[in-house]
Design a protein around this ligand. Structure first.
Ligand code: ZN
Length: 476
């Protein structure tokens, strides 16, 4: 029996501010436990919260970049629950009047091609502290440095149809948030967290099936893995005639299992109410419009423009546009004189793998453009060009000097080539005879032999031309 998978994602991202959402404590990662706290984020009596304008600005920018309607009035609400790492006994969030609603993310589904996934809402909230179970044997420690760190939570519509599609959505969402400077989206530092809802139904069924929620997903590949597991589990239950129970599940990356949360870990009734310490958040229409105008070119628009402007394949444009610095670097290489396609080949190849490892580009854009020109005019072969790049990356040596030093400048001097060719032909009597008798493909063999003799320095095209002059055009 077939089932349709229905997935919705809740994504929390840390807004890239220097200070917390309602106090001036720093948000820097990696500080000593409980060193970035104050009466406000410790929830001491009498302390009053003041919203951080930078956080509101970033959340607004995220909402606009995701095509949401940003509301001029939204309301901070208290989400009440008891947990040791929540000093106030409540988290300040937004509930029935969020900052923004009704957005969308476009992404490339591995199964369905380009899809548009709705965003139900985006709201601002503060993070809780952290319980640490592995620091003191037999005890749980609490670090409140994260308490009060600003987050934006975006909730998608249940528009996703597979675990792989969920991953594609997250990738597209992350690109937008990084492009706009809203968040670093670094899952290892906890600045992007995902909760996933999944249910199954008969294809075309009007109502959604009972969903379960998987929490504790700390990488995109774990999101996909956990959803695969949970989908398989639900399928088995439903195929066996059973019913799905609405539960919250935890994913354990180490064991690769999903297990239900203990009921103590789960809390259904948060008793939300407007925070009496905070007036409604009011943003003027002009301020929102200003933020909209200030948005940079977003990944999708950039991809389309790069493909059209530089006649690139969809694939090249997608790889280049995935990260803003990479796209900017590519455009700088073109501006320095390279043509689009070879520049894209270099940037998406050797340059990108270096960038991925080092977080920096191997050479200045103008240097790469110079190297590309050297390959284009036959000064060095493509293969030699790659050697030159490997030699000069991270250093200041000009490509031409490096190529000369490494003996990679192609020899196109006819006299030199002719000597090598005559040498090769003199020692290849049988092959020459076979070539003349009709085996045209032996031309490649001769070129290879001459290249060998030149130790890679000869220009293969020039050799081919000279050989044809000597032996006649390849027969057949
Ligand atoms: Zn504080």
């Amino acid at each position: 029996m077939t089932w349709e998978t229905v997935i919705g994602l809740e994504v929390h991202v840390q807004l890239a501010t220097r200070s917390k959402l309602f106090c001036g404590c720093p948000t820097a990662f990696g500080a000593a436990p409980n060193s970035q706290v104050c009466p406000v984020c410790l929830g001491l009596p009498g302390a009053l919260p003041v919203p951080n304008e930078a956080a509101i600005r970033l959340a607004t920018r995220a909402a606009l970049a995701l095509d949401c309607s940003v509301h001029e009035t939204s309301v901070f609400a208290r989400k009440n629950y008891f947990y040791p790492d929540l000093p106030k006994g409540y988290q300040i969030s937004q509930f029935d009047r969020p900052l923004a609603t009704g957005g969308r993310v476009r992404c490339e589904s591995p199964e369905r091609g380009p899809v548009t996934i709705g965003i139900t809402r985006l709201h601002v909230e503060e993070d809780a502290g952290k319980s640490i179970h592995d620091r003191i044997p037999g005890r749980t420690a609490v670090d409140l440095n994260r308490a009060g760190v600003p987050l934006a939570e975006s909730v998608s519509e249940p528009d996703l149809r597979s675990p792989a599609e969920a991953r594609a959505y997250l990738t597209a969402l992350k690109q937008v948030l990084i492009y706009t400077g809203v968040s670093e989206c670094d899952m290892e530092k906890g600045s992007l967290r995902v909760d996933a809802n999944i249910s199954l139904r008969r294809p075309g069924a009007p109502r959604l099936g009972t969903k379960t929620e998987v929490k504790n997903l700390n990488s995109f590949s774990n999101v996909e893995r956990a959803l695969e597991l949970e989908r398989a589990r639900q399928r088995e239950v439903l195929d066996g005639g059973g019913a799905i129970e609405q539960v919250t599940l935890l994913f354990n990356a180490a064991t690769g299992q999903v297990r239900p949360m203990r009921s103590k870990e789960e809390s259904h009734d948060y008793r939300y109410f407007p925070d009496p310490d905070l007036p409604p958040l009011v943003l003027s229409g002009d301020w929102i419009a200003g933020e909209r105008t200030g948005l940079p070119e977003l990944p999708e628009a950039k991809r389309i423009r790069l493909a059209a402007t530089y006649s690139l394949s969809e694939y090249d444009a997608r790889v280049l546009a995935a990260e803003r610095p990479v796209a900017d670097y590519f455009e700088a290489v073109v501006a320095a004189g390279a043509t689009g396609k070879p520049a894209a080949n270099w940037v998406t190849g050797d340059v990108l793998s270096w960038y991925g490892d080092h977080g920096a580009f191997p050479v200045a854009p103008a240097t790469l453009a110079e190297l590309i020109a050297m390959v284009a005019d036959g000064t060095v072969s493509l293969q030699a060009g790659r050697k030159v790049l490997a030699e000069i990356r991270g250093a200041a040596e000009p490509p031409r000097a490096a190529a000369a030093r490494l003996g990679l400048i192609q020899v196109r001097d006819d006299a030199a080539l002719e000597t090598w060719i005559d040498d090769v032909l003199a020692n290849a009597g049988p092959e020459v005879a076979r070539y003349r008798a009709g085996e045209g493909k032996l031309l490649g063999f001769f070129v290879g032999q001459v290249m060998k003799k030149s130790r890679g320095k000869a220009d293969p095209k020039a050799i081919g031309d000279l050989l044809i002059r000597k032996l006649g055009s390849p027969p057949g």
